[in-house]
Design a protein around this ligand. Structure first.
Ligand code: HEM
Length: 155
C-alpha cells in the first residue's frame, strides 16, 4: 500500500484485512446480548407437581368461599383437582394430557358468574405468588387462561 494510494482504497483494504476479526467480535457481542430461549411455561411455574399444588389450593379456597362455593356443591374435589391440574399443566405446555370436556361443556351445569371467575383468577394469582412463581410466569399463565372466560361465564 503506497502512501499515494487514495484514502478510500486504504480504508477498504484495512477493512478487508480485519473483516474476520470484526465479524467474530460482533458475533460475540450479539450472542452475549441475546436472551437465552425461555424455558417452557410449566417449568417456569415450578413444574407439574407445583402446578397441581397451587391449583389444588386455589380450588379449595374458591370452593370454601361463600361467593363461589355454591358452584361446587356435590362435586368430587379430588377428581376435579386431578383434571384441572391436567388441563392447566397442558395449557402451560407441560407433559400432561387433559382428556376431559372443553371449558364450555365442563362448566355448562355450574352457572358461573363473572365475579366468580374474577375471584378465582385473584386467588390463583395469590397462590402462585405464595408458591414463589415469578411475575412473568404468573402473568403468562393467566393470559393463557383468560380466553376461557367467555366459555365459562354465563351471567
Ligand atoms: C380459567 C379458569 C378455569 C379453569 C381453567 C377451569 C378448569 C376446569 C376443568 C378442566 C374442569 C373439568 C374437570 C373435570 O372434568 O373433572 C372444570 C370443572 C369445574 N369447574 Fe372450572 N375452571 C375454571 C374456572 C372455574 C370457576 C371460576 C369456577 C367457579 C367459581 C369453576 C368451577 C368448576 C366446577 C364446579 C366444575 C365441575 C363441573 C362439573 O363436574 O359439573 N371453574 N373446571
Amino acid at each position: 500500500m503506497g502512501k499515494d494510494e487514495p484514502m478510500q482504497d486504504r480504508l477498504s483494504s484495512w477493512l478487508r484485512a480485519r473483516a474476520p476479526a470484526l465479524l467474530a467480535g460482533s458475533a460475540l457481542m450479539l450472542s452475549a446480548c441475546a436472551t437465552p430461549p425461555a424455558a417452557p411455561l410449566y417449568q417456569r411455574l415450578g413444574g407439574e407437581a407445583q402446578i397441581r399444588a397451587f391449583m389444588g389450593r386455589t380450588l379449595d379456597r374458591v370452593a370454601a368461599d361463600p361467593r363461589g362455593g355454591r358452584s361446587f356443591d356435590g362435586i368430587n374435589m379430588q377428581t376435579l383437582k386431578v383434571n384441572v391440574g391436567n388441563h392447566v399443566c397442558q395449557v402451560a405446555d407441560g407433559p400432561c394430557d387433559y382428556d376431559g370436556e372443553n371449558m364450555r361443556n365442563a362448566h355448562a351445569q355450574s352457572d358461573i358468574g363473572g365475579a366468580e371467575f374474577d375471584m378465582m383468577v385473584r386467588i390463583l394469582r395469590e397462590e402462585m405468588t405464595l408458591a414463589g412463581v415469578p411475575p412473568e410466569a404468573r402473568n403468562e399463565l393467566l393470559r393463557r387462561l383468560a380466553p376461557a372466560r367467555r366459555d365459562i361465564v354465563v351471567r
